[in-house]
Design a protein around this ligand. Structure first.
Ligand code: ZN
Length: 126
């Protein structure tokens, strides 16, 4: 992700509840061994299902070094796969976060998430 806004290539939007239009949501994260973790987004206002995300990787608010230290204490053999899934917090992540917030604030994409995916990602290579 680039920090400068690329016209026509990127957009951002806050998830809205399809029922009450609230932007307040709860992320319920489901873990089952052998399956990709999934996030079930629930409306914090009315409790309805908003969306489900597959969790490919997780970026923590903790630095990579502190994560390594933490995992050494809790598990003797934290595998390579685990460390590939968990990303440490870096300055670039903070910049991306601020960039997305700025996009939402100044030029929020008004389309539904499904429409953004259908319209902007239909020509992407698999
Ligand atoms: Zn709602």
């Amino acid at each position: 992700m680039t920090i400068k806004k690329e016209e026509g290539r990127e957009s951002a939007r806050i998830e809205h509840c399809p029922s009450c239009n609230s932007v307040l949501t709860k992320n319920n994260i489901y873990f089952c061994r052998g399956e990709t973790p999934r996030v079930y987004v629930e409306c914090a206002e009315c409790g309805i299902f908003v969306a489900r995300y597959a969790l490919i990787s997780y970026t923590s608010d903790k630095s990579y070094e502190s994560l390594l230290r933490k995992m050494r204490f809790t598990r003797a053999n934290s595998g390579k796969r685990t460390m590939k899934m968990i990303e440490g917090f870096e300055t670039s992540v903070k910049k991306e976060f601020e960039h997305v917030l700025e996009l939402v604030k100044t030029d929020e994409d008004k389309r539904h998430v499904e429409d953004i995916i259908a319209e902007d990602y239909s020509n992407e290579e698999d």
